[in-house]
Design a protein around this ligand. Structure first.
Ligand SMILES: Nc1nc2c(ncn2[C@@H]2O[C@H](COP(=O)(O)OP(=O)(O)OP(=O)(O)O)[C@@H](O)[C@H]2O)c(=O)[nH]1
Ligand SMILES: [Mg+2]
Length: 374
């Protein structure tokens, strides 16, 4: 399974485990995989709103995709993830017009640049959605159906005396699936972009995760919003996997110091790793602020931080580069010193990564508990 993880640089690292550059290349490579997602569907289906929700930005934030009741998206528009520039969601023009041609559309949208398509509908899937899915299939790309605005549908049904939440959801699902019979009953994910913690959003992420190439899974799990404790644990497991992959490449989890690997160089890799954990777990100030607004708990913003977290906040806020954090990291490793030429073993690096990951994961678990998220 690890086989697919190996980049060219990684292979070099196996052949020459002492090569610090190859070692760092491997971790960088895993943490910097690109992911390009196409979001399409009829006008007003909720494409732009979904993109904003995924990226954790509010509809009226700077850099948000424009949303609204009038037709808003005319050109394919890329939206970078705010903390992972390699993850890009493309907001595609609506496919609602009666003379819609799937073939032309797919060509104009440059289908090759996307890893997969999300086809969104706020009612049921129609002819144009199907035509598009078939064309995407022909071009050997994957697509997933999202039925959006589930909060709205639930609210409408709640007024009935006989209301049953599960039944209502099954009915919506069955109704959508009936129209997709021709495509061999693909799953339909019921989603509210106003609250990704509810309904099928996590199910969607799990499905994408199981069907994406292994490297892309790292990008997906890093970028997905922290919607629950379960989602957080998936992210933690993913970062464990990165450590394991890095350790294997580093000469079979070698205990011996590797000559030529200076801690200064390693520090950049370790810093990158922790910074990614920090953002992926939603521990940065921006995410904390959004979370505290969402659950209406202002005290979350001023919560006490762990030492590593404090250093990461400083680094990310002041943007002074990795040097101060590097010194802090050195201070955690007995005997490493701060000299650029100091050599430490891979086991020490691995232990450092593991203990930092644990500290940040515990912080995030605590934060979710305080926020009341399950
Ligand atoms: N209640 C609810 N409203 C939503 C949801 N998603 C989108 N909306 C609303 O639906 C309207 C249309 O959403 P957009 O995201 O602008 O739709 P779009 O697919 O980008 O539309 P075009 O750009 O015109 O193709 C907006 O008023 C949104 O606020 C949702 O999950 N729940
Ligand atoms: Mg739009």
């Amino acid at each position: 399974m690890m086989g697919n993880l190996f980049s060219k640089k990684t292979k070099e690292a196996i052949e020459d485990p002492g090569s610090a550059e190859a070692e760092q290349g491997n971790v960088d490579h895993l943490l910097n995989v690109s992911l390009t997602i196409a979001v399409t569907g009829e006008t007003g289906a909720g494409k732009s709103t979904f993109i904003n929700a995924y990226r954790g930005v509010d509809d009226d934030d700077k850099g948000a995709a424009e949303t609204g009741v009038s037709e808003t998206t005319a050109e394919p528009t890329p939206y970078q993830h705010p903390t992972l520039p390699n993850v890009v969601l493309w907001d595609l023009p609506g496919i609602g017009s009666p003379n819609f041609k799937a073939k032309t559309y797919v060509k104009e949208m440059q289908i090759d640049r996307y890893d997969f398509f999300l086809i969104i509908s706020s009612v049921r899937f129609r002819e144009n959605d199907l035509m598009l899915a078939k064309e995407i299939q022909k071009q050997k790309k994957k697509f997933y159906f999202i039925r959006s605005k589930i909060d709205e549908s639930i609210r409408a049904e709640e007024r009935m005396k006989t209301f049953n939440r599960e039944e209502t959801l099954s009915k919506i699902r069955a109704d959508c699936q009936r129209n997709l019979k021709d495509l061999g009953n693909p799953p339909v994910f019921l989603i509210s972009s106003w609250n990704l913690s509810e309904f099928d959003f996590e199910e969607l992420v799990s499905t994408l995760n199981s069907e994406l190439p292994e490297q892309k899974q790292f990008a997906l799990l890093q970028s997905a919003p922290v919607t629950s404790v379960a989602m957080l644990e998936k992210k933690v497991a993913m970062f464990h996997k990165v450590i394991l992959a890095a350790a294997i490449v580093s000469g079979g989890i070698a205990a011996a110091p590797v000559p030529g690997l200076s801690f200064a160089c390693d520090t950049a890799m370790v810093t990158l790793f922790f910074t990614r954990c920090y953002y992926a777990f939603g521990l940065d100030d921006r995410s904390l602020e959004k979370l505290s607004e969402r659950v209406n708990k202002p005290e979350l913003k001023s919560r006490e931080k762990s030492p590593l977290l404090k250093e990461l906040v400083k680094t990310s806020v002041v943007r002074m580069g990795a040097s101060a954090l590097g010194e802090f990291l050195c201070s955690l490793v007995p005997g490493a010193g701060t000299g650029a030429a100091a050599t430490i073993s891979f086991r020490m690096t691995r232990d450092l990564l593991e203990s930092g990951l644990k500290e940040l994961a515990d912080e995030a678990r605590k934060m979710l508990r305080e926020a009341g998220l399950k």
